[in-house]
Ligand binder design. Structure first.
Ligand code: PLP
Ligand code: COI
Length: 341
C-alpha cells in the first residue's frame, strides 16, 4: 500500500481529512447496517438536538504501524465500553460494542494510506462520535442519531514534542458533574474552551483542574490524566470519580506494576503535596505521556527535579514501555493489541 505524501515528522495535532469515514444512522428504534463514505460533510436540520442541547459524545483512539509493518490499534474494546457508558448517560442509544470495534477496524483499513509509517513520530488518530440528529425543541433526547468515525494523521499533542510543558492551577471549573467520570460525555469540553484559551494567552500549555467541591485535590487537565512519581519511585495517580478513566492511565498502572516492578498508588492527591513529587506527566491517547516540568499555582512555581529539558527517568521508562507495546517492540498483555492487517 502506497502511503500518502505527507511530511509525517512535521505534522502537529490538527485535522487532515482522509479518504473515508464511517457512518451509521439510528432511526425507528434501530441502527442501520452502516457504511464507509467519502463525504466529510454532515447536513442537519437547524433544530437537531446536537445543536440545541449538545447531545453528543465522542471517543479517541489511535492506529499505529508496528516495527514489523502491521497496522494495529490499542484496546479498542475499552473505548467501545466507555462510548456505550457515555451514550447511556446522555439518553442516547448504545452503538453495540462489537460493531464499534468492527467499524473502527473498517475505517482504519480504508484509510491505510494515512496510517503514518513506523518510526515517523506520527499516528492515525481515530475519533468515533455520535449525535442526536432530528429536530427537538423541548428539552428531551432526540429519536434519531448518527454515529460516525473520522480519522486524521496526527503528531504530538503539545507543541515542542517530548519537551516538558508548563501548566497552571486554574480557578476555572469545567464542571464535570461528580460521579460522571466513567464517561467522556459528562466532562463538558465546551466549558473547558475558555480555560484553555486563557491558559494559552498567559503562556501555559494546559490547566490543572482541582476538585470543584473543596479545590484542594488534583483532578486532571483538559485532555489528559496526571501521573506523578515520588522521590522513592512510586507511581501515584489521582483517584476521583469526576475525571475520565483514561485507558492510557489504566494501561500505565499495569505496565508500572507488571513490566517495571514499581509500586503504584491510585489515591486522592492533594495540591499541597505536588511539590514533593519527583516527576509529573500527562497521559492520554493524544498526550501519550507528556512530561510536565513546571506547575504554576497562582504565581507560586513548582519545578520538578526532572527539569524543562527532558522527561524524568521513570516517566521515560513508562513512556518507552507503553509505546514499545503499542508499536510491537515489546510483547503486549493478552488482548491489548488489535491487529487491523
Ligand atoms: N482526560 C480527558 C479529559 C481526556 O479528554 C482524555 C482523552 O480522551 C483523557 C483523560 C485520556 O484518556 P485516554 O487515555 O482513554 O485517551
Ligand atoms: C484523546 O486523547 O483522545 C482525547 O480525547 C483528548 C483530546 C484533548 C484530544
Amino acid at each position: 500500500m502506497e502511503k500518502k505524501n505527507i511530511d509525517w515528522g512535521s505534522i502537529g495535532f490538527g485535522y487532515i481529512p482522509t479518504d473515508y469515514r464511517y457512518v451509521a444512522n439510528f432511526k425507528d428504534g434501530k441502527w442501520d447496517e452502516g457504511t464507509l463514505t467519502t463525504d466529510p460533510n454532515v447536513t442537519l436540520n437547524e433544530c437537531a438536538c446536537v445543536f440545541q442541547y449538545a447531545q453528543t459524545v465522542f471517543e479517541g483512539m489511535k492506529a499505529y504501524t508496528t516495527e514489523d509493518g502491521h497496522i494495529v490499534t490499542f484496546r479498542p474494546d475499552l473505548n467501545a465500553e466507555r462510548f456505550a457508558n457515555s451514550a447511556r448517560r446522555l439518553e442516547m442509544p448504545v452503538f453495540p460494542e462489537d460493531r464499534f470495534v468492527d467499524a473502527v477496524v473498517q475505517t482504519i483499513k480504508a484509510n491505510e494510506a494515512y496510517v503514518p509509517p513506523y518510526g515517523s513520530g506520527a499516528t492515525l488518530y481515530v475519533r468515533p462520535y455520535m449525535f442526536g440528529s432530528n429536530p427537538v425543541i423541548g428539552v428531551k433526547p432526540a429519536d434519531e442519531y448518527q454515529f460516525r468515525i473520522l480519522t486524521t494523521p496526527v503528531g504530538p499533542y503539545f507543541k515542542g514534542g517530548a519537551k516538558p510543558i508548563t501548566i497552571r492551577v486554574t480557578d476555572f471549573d469545567r464542571a464535570a458533574p461528580h460521579g460522571t467520570g466513567h464517561i467522556k460525555a459528562g466532562l463538558n469540553y465546551a466549558m473547558s474552551l475558555h480555560a484553555i484559551m486563557d491558559a494559552h494567552r498567559q503562556g501555559y500549555d494546559e490547566n490543572m483542574y482541582l476538585d470543584s467541591a473543596t479545590r484542594t485535590k488534583v483532578e486532571e487537565t483538559g485532555g489528559a490524566n496526571f501521573i506523578f512519581v515520588t522521590k522513592d519511585n512510586t507511581v501515584v495517580t489521582p483517584k476521583s470519580n469526576s475525571i475520565l478513566p483514561s485507558i492510557t492511565r489504566r494501561s500505565l498502572i499495569y505496565v508500572a506494576e507488571h513490566y517495571l516492578g514499581l509500586k503504584v498508588e491510585e489515591r486522592e492527591v492533594y495540591l499541597d503535596e505536588v511539590k514533593d513529587f519527583a516527576e509529573c506527566g500527562l497521559c492520554g491517547t493524544a498526550a501519550v505521556i507528556s512530561p510536565v516540568g513546571k506547575i504554576v499555582d497562582h504565581g507560586k512555581e513548582i519545578c520538578f527535579p526532572s527539569g524543562m529539558e527532558e522527561m524524568g527517568p521513570t516517566t521515560k521508562k513508562l513512556y518507552e514501555t507503553l509505546t514499545g507495546i503499542q508499536m510491537g517492540r515489546i510483547e503486549a498483555p493478552e488482548g491489548w493489541i488489535k491487529v487491523i492487517e
